[in-house]
Design a protein around this ligand. Structure first.
Ligand code: SAM
Length: 646
């Protein structure tokens, strides 16, 4: 394919080695091109002189804007793209918090905006139910291969003095540690940090211990690596150890002095550091008012999860606390360094990097994650700009502290391969399963669920079912000679040739006494499945009016069939009536001079609180003949894009 590049990957160090079914080395990957889809660039970094700026960004590949980079796509593609485009060996710190093989669907709770004014149920905001953000379902060995490939790619991006932190828990920590040993070598192991998560899965009567920690596996690429010792505030217990007092009340604790010369003893006595015990022994004093705190080690008990009242909380599941990322970023990077997180989720790593004056790169396969991160970073940058010039005022989570000058006041969003389709597929698939009464299977790498006694395969809704899709089912059945069940293939539309294929297959199976009859359910025409909603795009009615250099933009109406459909399935027999279109809208962004390719955010209306609504009326400056683009994002993350020449 045009524009693709092959990227070579160095083999893993190789010892010790974990084996799994289907283990494959990753010698090279294909890097696809990326499209710049959005920028947020209200300012360059005024805190820096041009020289300083040049210095800070001198290792940055020219083709990218100097600012944060956020990639929407599978991180295998994203990492390959970064390697092919100038980032090899440039990243100082990698933090990843990958799916944990937990067998759970992670969901983001979605609800309408505003309070009480939007629906027919009095005072009760409709809950749009739970939107699946990403699915953490793996046939066991796929998970290992998945992580192995990402780790091999990440290692190539890491600078020689760089470090990587892998956030995991009891489910996969032992395997990931082996993988990291294999990819980086056991000599590169720096620490296995236990983060006490403050929540425990224990309860009275449980027949085993509760689980209350996460694991952070920390490796460096070489023996030389960035390490900034960090001192923590003392706990009351540690403080209590300073139990002796000088006559003036100054508190100290004492420790073993060892064999020292009489001169040393005299020196210590003169500087008031000698402690003489009741039996006449010599010990050394440590004063509380001189203690820097306690040196951080590999057990962290002082970091709480973001609580439900936190200003930093997004609606994203599995969000990690900023305090945790802050510790990691401070220990293993310096201002201006590049920090990468390719499972960015709600954007915690990018948020912390932005607040601590680091440059950052983030990626996620889930559009909801990209939107959440983008919103979060816009908020932080705006705050930083308000209080500029250079020094950011107290941001939530950093009150009472001097924060470093930001490395950037901008970021750009790219798309690598097109994952929107995949997201829509997930969404539609869930609706289809509900509709047909299919039970989803979480452990099967090929089949999506079961319908009664039959296996179910769902074909991507972006194309009608073709004989090729059926061939895939056939191949899979060939690999499972013990499988006795019949199969239902579900899709949206089907090609004519499908009928003949099925007839042939079913006849042959019957004739030879083999099981696995295949049936197709076409959601588009099936009488029983009639009315199945697959995907109707949202629509907006926007009025543009010019007055001199200014253009007023008024959103007169907005309708999101997906949101309405969700409400219907939530509300049961009650038909929801949305009184104000704005309750369906999460955010409005405007580009006042759209070039037809990249959306440059010139105006963003993102109400901070859930109960606030977007304004809906805006005014921008725009030269005659320029093009205005308006992007409206609904509460389920779907976007409507309206473009108008004014
Ligand atoms: C545990 S969450 C990360 C949460 C994040 N640390 C935070 O504080 O919000 C894992 C993320 O990995 C993303 N993800 C899973 N598979 C991915 C892939 N192949 N490429 C990119 N992102 C992926 C998921 O969409 C999810 O957002």
């Amino acid at each position: 394919m045009a524009d693709t590049k092959k990227v070579e990957i160095k083999p893993a160090k190789g010892r010790p080695m974990l084996q799994w079914v289907g283990k494959k080395p990753l010698r090279d990957v294909i890097a696809y091109p990326a499209q710049l889809v959005e920028t947020f660039a209200p300012a360059l970094t005024p805190a820096l002189s041009r020289g300083e700026r040049g210095n800070l960004w001198k290792d940055w590949p020219d083709k990218f804007p100097q600012g944060g980079l956020l990639f929407h796509g599978d991180n295998k593609d994203v990492l390959a793209y970064l390697l092919a485009n100038g980032f090899r060996g440039k990243v100082k710190l990698i933090y990843i918090d990958p799916p944990f093989d937990s067998g759970a669907d992670y969901i983001r709770k979605v609800s309408l905006r505003g309070k009480g004014n939007q629906t027919s149920l009095k005072g009760e905001g409709y809950d749009l139910g739970e939107q699946i953000q990403y699915t953490d379902i793996w046939a066991n060995d796929n998970y290992l291969q998945f992580m192995y490939e990402r780790l091999l790619l990440l290692k190539e991006l890491l600078s020689d003095d760089g470090t990587i932190w892998v956030h995991c828990d009891w489910r996969k920590s032992q395997h990931l540690r082996c993988l990291l040993d294999e990819v980086f070598s056991p000599d590169s192991f720096r620490a296995h940090v236990i983060w006490r998560t403050m929540t425990s899965s224990g309860y009275k009567g449980k027949k085993s211990l509760g689980r209350s920690h996460a694991d952070l596996l920390y490796y460096s690429k070489s023996e030389k690596f960035v390490y900034n010792p960090t001192y923590l505030e003392m706990t009351p217990e540690m403080r209590a150890r300073y139990s002796h007092a000088d006559p003036d009340g100054r508190l100290f604790k004492d420790s073993y002095l060892g064999d020292v010369s009489p001169e040393t003893v005299e020196d210590l006595r003169k500087s008031n550091l000698l402690y003489v015990t009741s039996t006449g022994g010599f010990r050394i004093k440590h004063y509380l008012d001189e203690a820097d705190g306690t040196l951080a080690d590999d057990i962290w008990t002082d970091i709480d999860p973001e609580n439900s009242q936190s200003a930093l909380l997004t609606d994203y599941p599995t969000q990690k606390p900023e305090a945790l990322l802050r510790r990691i970023v401070e220990i293993t990077s310096n201002q201006g360094d590049i920090v990468l997180d390719c499972f960015i989720g709600s954007g915690t790593t990018a948020a912390v990097a932005q607040k601590l004056g680091r440059r950052w790169i983030g990626a996620d396969i889930n559009k909801g994650a990209i939107q959440t991160t983008s919103k979060r970073l816009q908020g932080i940058i705006e705050e930083q700009l308000k209080s500029a010039k250079g020094k950011a005022k107290a941001l939530p989570g950093m009150e009472g502290e001097e924060t470093p000058a930001p490395a950037q006041f901008s970021f750009a969003v790219y798309r690598v391969n097109d994952y929107d389709m995949q997201i829509q597929h997930n969404e539609a698939m869930n609706l289809a399963c509900e509709h047909l009464g299919i039970t989803r299977t979480k452990t099967d790498a090929f089949f999506d669920g079961a319908l009664g006694k039959k296996l179910v395969k769902i074909v991507q809704f972006n194309h009608p079912i073709t004989p090729l899709d059926l061939e895939e089912v056939k191949r899979e059945l060939g690999n499972r000679p013990q499988e006795e069940r019949d199969v239902v293939v579900v899709g949206y539309g089907k090609e004519l040739a499908v009928g003949a294929w099925l007839e042939d297959w079913n006849r042959n199976r019957k004739r030879t006494g083999l099981p696995n009859q295949i049936d197709v359910k076409d959601l588009r025409v099936d009488a029983k499945s009639g009315g199945f909603f697959v995907h109707k795009p949202a629509e907006a009615n926007i009025k543009f009016k010019r007055a001199g250099d200014k253009v007023s933009i008024e959103i007169a109406d907005f309708l999101s069939p997906t949101v309405i459909e969700r409400l219907k399935s939530q509300a049961g027999i009650l038909t929801p009536q949305i009184k104000d279109w704005r309750s369906m809208v999460d955010s409005v962004m405007i580009d006042s001079n759209y070039d037809g390719k990249v959306f440059n955010i010139t105006l963003a209306d993102v109400p901070e609180k859930k109960n606030d609504l977007v304004v809906g009326k805006y005014e921008v400056e725009a030269k005659k003949g320029s093009t205005i683009a308006v992007k409206i994002t609904d509460m389920l993350g779907e976007e409507v894009f309206v473009v108008k020449e004014v």
